[in-house]
Design a protein around this ligand. Sequence first.
Ligand SMILES: CCCCCCC[C@H](O)CC(=O)SCCNC(=O)CCNC(=O)[C@H](O)C(C)(C)COP(=O)([O-])OP(=O)([O-])OC[C@H]1O[C@@H](n2cnc3c(N)ncnc32)[C@H](O)[C@@H]1OP(=O)([O-])[O-]
Length: 719
Amino acid sequence: MAQYSRVSGTVGLITLQNPPVNALCAAVRQGIVEMLKKALSDSKVKSVVICGQNGIFCGGADIKEFGMNMSGPPLVQVIHAIEDANKPMVAAIEGVALGGGLELALGCHYRIAHSKARLGLPEVILGLLPAAGGTQRLPRLIGVPAALDLITTGRHVIAAEALQLGIVDQVTDHKTVDAAVKLAQSVAGKPLDARRISTYPCARPSDLDALFEGEMQKVRQRARGAIAPVACVQAVQAAATLPYTQGIEREKELMVTLFTSGQARALQYLFFSQRAVSKWSTPSGARWDTSKPGPIHKVAVIGLGTMGRGITVALAQTGLSVVAVETQEKQLMGAKKAVSNMLEQGAKRRGVAPTLDKISYSPNIQAIADADLVIEAVFEDMALKKQVFQQLAAVCKPGTFLCTNTSSLDVDQLASQTRSPELVVGMHFFAPAHVMKLLEVVYGPRTSPQAVATAMELGKKMGKVSVAVGNCQGFVGNRMLKLYLEQAFFLLEEGATPELVDRALEEFGFAMGVFRMSDLSGLDVGWKVRKGLMLGETDVSSGQSARIRQGCRYSPLGDLLCEQGRFGQKTGQGWYQYDKPGGRVASSDPWLHSFLESYRAKHGLVARHIDHQEVLERCLYAMINEGFRILEEGIAAGPEDIDVIYVFGYSWPRHRGGPMFYADMVGLAKVLERLEHYQQAHPDVPYLQPCSLLRRLVASGSPPIQRWREVIKKPHSQL
Ligand SMILES: CCCCCCC[C@H](O)CC(=O)SCCNC(=O)CCNC(=O)[C@H](O)C(C)(C)COP(=O)([O-])OP(=O)([O-])OC[C@H]1O[C@@H](n2cnc3c(N)ncnc32)[C@H](O)[C@@H]1OP(=O)([O-])[O-]
């Protein structure tokens, strides 16, 4: 797990060996201790280089070990042994030095990095803090403000920035280990006292208290209930105010609190879930490791509205050739300008050249004849999309993959418009498509494994977190969202206000409550969908109430607002009012409150007190219950898929892991009991009826989320 050799006569070389990222598991830590002893006792060795196998220095502590009984030497002690060494220790950083990996390097007396290496302390993203001395050494090395930035955001820096900040001493474009050996030779025999970072005083800016107060405020606001960023600030504060040994104690104390919190578990679950979803499988047996993606050199985008423009930008940024087709001349001109602007801005931010020349524009669909893959992004209307698919079938060369960017329409119906339904797959992007990380890849019963693999691979190239899901109304994300929204509407009918509902959800950790979010995305979007589903109109002839549609409870509140032209932020009025159309600051709207009162009076509804707990239970458990149905139907392969979709596409608070993880944390029996309670109270809302999978899980003793798949696969009769 760590290898020792002597190179160039006088340099000891310790190589970390734990593929794929040389994580610091117990065996690696033990290996370092033993190899260090060897190097220090070898009289021929005058200095030592530590490097990682296969061009990767170290990805940090082994996250898989968290939650288990820790064995082997603690990392903090391993790093102290390195720092205390009486021969110069040099870290040769290639690939990455992250978390414990960077902390290990900070324990060395010198650091040299390859120009392409990335360094960082991303523990905060896992609900932790850099607890192997990172919070104490980094501020001593680069100052409090820069250390706070890196530790509280977890962002990676490339070698050039690391050099500028003073994290590394040298950057090389050549073979890192060779350069490190040279450096080690050049510093052999030199005094080391001034190279031990733990002995440095921490530079204290004069306005230290104000600095930490400001930082704490900023971090709390950004964290939305996550505790790790706050603990990170507290740990750095300890570095700035306490001697090193006391600072280390404080770091440990804070880490223990984080370690045992549900938040760290949630964030680590998410880390592995994000990686697990790329290893997709479908109920028909198609799998990521047996399905080869088709070669894609040229991609066409049809329709350059908001979504088409974002998709075009995201594609051009991958370096692929893109043909962007928009039949309306005026829209095409506007799109060209908008896409170029977005590409230029993005390139400026990333410090690269814009890839404008990757795109050719055309008003003519014939221009896509030689594309390898087409993404249709026309208006969300089945008749129109069918027409486009018929055209695609006629124009495209044989074998072209045909993708539709739809948020809820039936992918199979579109596939049936072509001669090769096996090449049709849904690619549900989220707006703005060049920014949002999530991509739902939707396969139908006839979609070939190769088409799924190709869309997943393209998503990866575009920097998306892609999740393969089955075809159904709304797929995974919007199917669950519909119930969340509906419950929020019902709560208004029963006496809540948009402010109360939003506050409960924002305190839970959502960046925006459901009503503020719906104002931002536009109330008319859902209105059009509901009309398409024939839910937006009452069947007066049947004598039914406006609050019953298709035999179930329905709230027409959203429709009524739209009928008044209140589409949300864009019109300056929605569930809230705004200073102007397009304004961003929401304020409470007295009109809306009196509208709700007269609505309740008209329908004989008596407002009652509703508390935050009911808001959370009604909105979240309804959605979670649907998640169980989705699992039972095989639309999502596992709970991880649903959780990744919600975190990356719907701003579910990361530190709560996702809706299904949250259900596991709350306890499945409790979720079941509350659903039964609400179902009894609202018998006209059939979807509150607990899903049979949830019942089966509870009957099986509520296994942890990692074992749900075993119960999902088990036929009902075996229980
Ligand atoms: C009181 C207690 C004291 C404790 C002391 C704490 C010390 C310290 O402060 C805590 C830490 O370091 S916390 C850690 C801080 N470090 C981080 O947060 C870094 C986390 N890692 C990353 O950001 C990315 O993986 C890399 C950028 C390293 C590589 O990206 P890429 O090239 O796109 O590759 P990829 O697809 O991402 O990963 C490939 C495979 O490696 C796996 N794996 C990866 N890292 C792992 C780890 N540390 N561990 C285990 N496994 C790890 C990954 O699951 C995947 O496995 P699969 O089975 O094949 O699916």
